[in-house]
Design a protein around this ligand. Structure first.
Ligand code: GDP
Length: 425
C-alpha cells in the first residue's frame, strides 16, 4: 500500500517524526519534491538529526530510501548527509536515486543569492539553496537530468549552451564572475562518480514493489500553504507540496495512494515572509517559540527563529482538503501544557465579513483572526499512551479542532520521540 505523509500548513508540522515512526512498518520511503531548502528533525536511538535530502526512513536497516524524480537533487548535500549519519553509527542506508531526477548545480545556488541581493528588501526570503533557479531551469528545459550524466557528448554540448545563457545574466544583470564550461563539466564528472552507484529507474522499481504488495511511504516537504498553485503565492516554494504530486514526483499511478496522512501542528509556525493570520508577537510568541518543537522553534536548515501563532482552523481545514486527508496526525500537543487558556483561530474577518474559507492571497493580506479561547490543561502529557488518559481539556481541544477542520485526527503526537504517539479510532 502507498501512503503519503504531507503537511497541512507552512511546513515544520512534524512530518519527519511521523514518517520516521511509520517507516518502522514500511519497506520503501520516497522523497517526491523539494530539495535541501527545508529540513526534518528526527530524534531516535542514534541521536538527533536534521535531514534535508535523505528520506526520514533512512535510519532503519529494512527500508530503501528513494530520491524521486520530483526532487531537486543536491548531490554534495546528499553525500554529506550519508556521511553524517553513518559517522553517528547509523548503518549505511540503502539509497536509490531516480535517473529522471534533476540536479541542483552550484550556479543555481549562486543565482539564488544574486537574485535575493538584487531584490533587496523585496526578496521572497529564500533559503538560498538554489531551489527556485533549479525549478525555473527544469521548466525552461535547461536543467540537467541524472541520466544525462552518462552521455559525455551530450553533456559537453549542454555545458556550453548553459554557460552561454547564464553568462548573459551574470554579466549584464548581476555583474558577477562568469561560468566556465570546463569547470562545469568537471563538476558534472564529479557528480557522476558520486551518484553512479545509486541511479535507478525508480518508477519501474516502484511499479514492481506495488505489485509485490510492499509498504511505501511518500514523504512530503513543507505544507499545503507553500504549494505554488494552492498556497500563499508568491510566498511559496517552487515544487508542489501536495500528496497528489507524490504520484508524479515518485512516478506511480495516483490511484495507488490509499492513505494521505496530513500532519497538523497543535499551534502554528511559519518561516519566511507572507500572510500569517493567527501570528502572535512579543513575549507571548517568544515563550511559545522557546517551548515549541523539541528545543525551540528555529529552522532546521537555517536556524532562523520561526514566526509563531495560534492554531489556525481556517488554514488547516483548507490544508487538509487540498491534501485530501484520510487521517490527520496532530503533533506537538505536549508543548501547549503551560497555557492557562489557548486561543484558536476559528475564522478570518475580511472587509467586515467573517469567513471560514481560506482566501486567495490579495484577500488573505487583509484578513484578521477571529479567535476563540479554550481552557488549557496545565499539565505535562508526555508519556501518556492512550486517548482516554489525556486530561479532559486536552481531549476537548483535540475534538474542537477536529470538528472545525472536518477531518479525523487519528494520531496524536505528545513528544518528539518515535514512541510518543497516541492512536485514536
Ligand atoms: P517537519 O519538517 O514537518 O518534519 O518538521 P520539523 O522537523 O520542523 O519538526 C518539528 C519539530 O518538532 C522537530 O524538532 C521535532 O523533533 C519536534 N516534534 C515532532 N513532534 C513532536 C511532538 O509531538 N512534541 C514535541 N515536543 N516535539 C515534536
Amino acid at each position: 500500500m502507498v501512503k503519503a505523509v504531507v503537511g497541512a500548513n507552512w511546513g515544520d508540522e512534524g512530518k519527519g517524526k511521523i514518517t520516521d515512526m511509520l517507516a518502522k512498518e514500511a519497506d520503501i520511503i520516497v522523497r517526491f519534491q523539494g530539495g535541501a531548502n527545508a529540513g526534518h528533525t528526527i530524534v531516535n536511538d542514534y541521536g538527533k538529526f536534521a535531514l534535508h535530502t535523505l528520506p526520514s526512513g533512512c535510519f532503519y536497516e529494512h527500508t530503501t530510501s528513494i530520491i524521486g524524480n520530483g526532487v531537486a537533487l543536491n548531490i554534495p548535500v546528499l553525500f554529506q548527509e550519508i556521511c553524517d549519519i553513518t559517522a553517528k553509527g547509523v548503518p549505511a542506508p540503502k539509497i536509490l536515486v531516480s535517473d529522471r531526477a534533476q540536479m541542483v548545480m552550484p550556479y543555481h545556488i549562486l543565482f539564488d543569492q544574486y537574485e535575493e541581493e538584487r531584490l533587496g528588501g523585496k526578496s521572497f526570503g529564500s533559503t538560498k539553496s538554489g531551489i527556485a533557479p533549479f525549478y525555473s531551469d527544469k521548466y525552461a528545459k535547461i536543467g540537467i537530468q541524472v541520466s544525462e550524466l552518462f552521455d559525455e557528448e551530450f553533456l559537453k554540448e549542454k555545458v556550453v549552451s548553459i554557460c552561454e545563457t547564464k553568462n548573459v545574466l551574470l554579466e549584464h544583470l548581476y555583474h558577477k564572475p562568469l561560468l566556465k564550461p570546463e569547470e562545469l563539466l568537471e563538476t558534472l564528472h564529479k557528480y557522476r562518480e558520486m551518484i553512479a552507484p545509486y541511479v535507478c529507474d525508480v518508477s519501474a522499481y516502484l511499479a514492481q514493489a506495488i505489485g509485490e504488495g510492499k509498504e511505501i511511504l511518500l514523504e512530503g516537504q513543507l505544507g499545503t500553504l507553500k504549494d505554488p498553485d494552492h498556497g500563499i503565492y508568491p510566498m511559496v516554494t517552487s515544487s508542489s507540496t501536495l500528496a497528489a504530486y507524490g504520484a508524479i514526483g515518485a512516478g506511480i499511478p495516483p490511484y495507488e495512494i490509499k492513505k494521505i496522512i496530513v500532519v497538523c501542528k497543535a499551534y502554528s509556525s511559519a518561516v519566511g515572509a507572507g500572510a500569517f493570520v493567527s501570528e502572535i508577537f512579543g513575549e507571548e510568541a517568544d515563550e511559545l517559540r522557546r517551548r515549541g518543537g523539541d528545543g525551540g522553534e528555529y529552522g532546521a536548515t537555517t536556524g532562523r527563529p520561526r514566526r509563531m501563532g495560534w492554531f489556525d482552523c481556517v488554514a488547516s481545514k483548507y490544508g487538509c482538503r487540498l491534501q485530501g486527508a484520510t487521517d490527520v496526525a496532530f503533533t506537538v500537543l505536549d508543548v501547549l501544557g503551560y497555557l492557562d487558556e489557548i486561543p484558536v483561530c476559528v475564522g478570518y474577518e475580511i472587509d467586515g465579513e467573517v469567513t471560514t474559507d481560506f482566501p486567495v492571497t490579495p484577500k488573505l493580506e487583509k484578513a484578521k483572526p477571529v479567535l476563540k479561547t479554550l481552557p488549557g490543561w496545565k499539565s505535562d502529557i508526555r508519556g501518556i499512551k492512550t486517548y482516554e488518559e489525556l486530561p479532559e481539556n486536552c481531549r476537548k481541544y483535540i475534538e474542537f479542532v477536529e470538528e472545525q477542520i472536518g477531518y479525523p485526527i487519528t494520531m496524536i503526537s505528545n513528544g518528539p520521540g518515535r514512541n510518543d504517539i497516541i492512536y485514536r479510532k
